[in-house]
Design a protein. Sequence first.
Length: 191
Amino acid sequence: QPPLLCLSLQPGSVYNTHPESTEPQTLCRQLNPYSEGNRGTRTGTAMTLKGPRPVLLLLLVLLPACLALGQRETRHEKFHRQHVDFPKTRAPDARRYCNLLMPRRNLTADACKPTNTFIHAGPGEVDSVCRSGGTPSTENYYDSKAAFELTTCRLAGGAQRPPCNYRGRTSTQRIRVACVGGLPVHYKTQL
């Protein structure tokens, strides 16, 4: 009998697909340690899941492993995560927009970020500020030639730790960004 490897997911586990359930879920995998030619290589596998929604559970188990294989976020990717929202996420008003986007973009994980500006233009258009769409300012900063639709989120007093409460303000202004290798890596200010 080939070996059977099982993983028990307890109620309340982030990988448990039924958090309301009080029963643990078990994921089992049966390994055939030898191929048909008996050369010692692993081939066929059979998978059984005791509990509901096996495909979702499998995805939740494999997703962290896949993410761990990826590289760390580059400075340019971080800039886009923190500052580019295109098309603009729908919200009834700027305050609710900020209170939705700040945590969604992981800007309030450990502490409430005091201020952040979201640019509502395509990534390529924003990136062009570091090339033909902008003019050099000081050091490695570039000023955009065109005005962008912006939403600026400011912490509305109170707690410096989550949950955070933000005020929001929309405007259309030119921007100043720091560029490295022809790509934006830091949002400086609106002009």
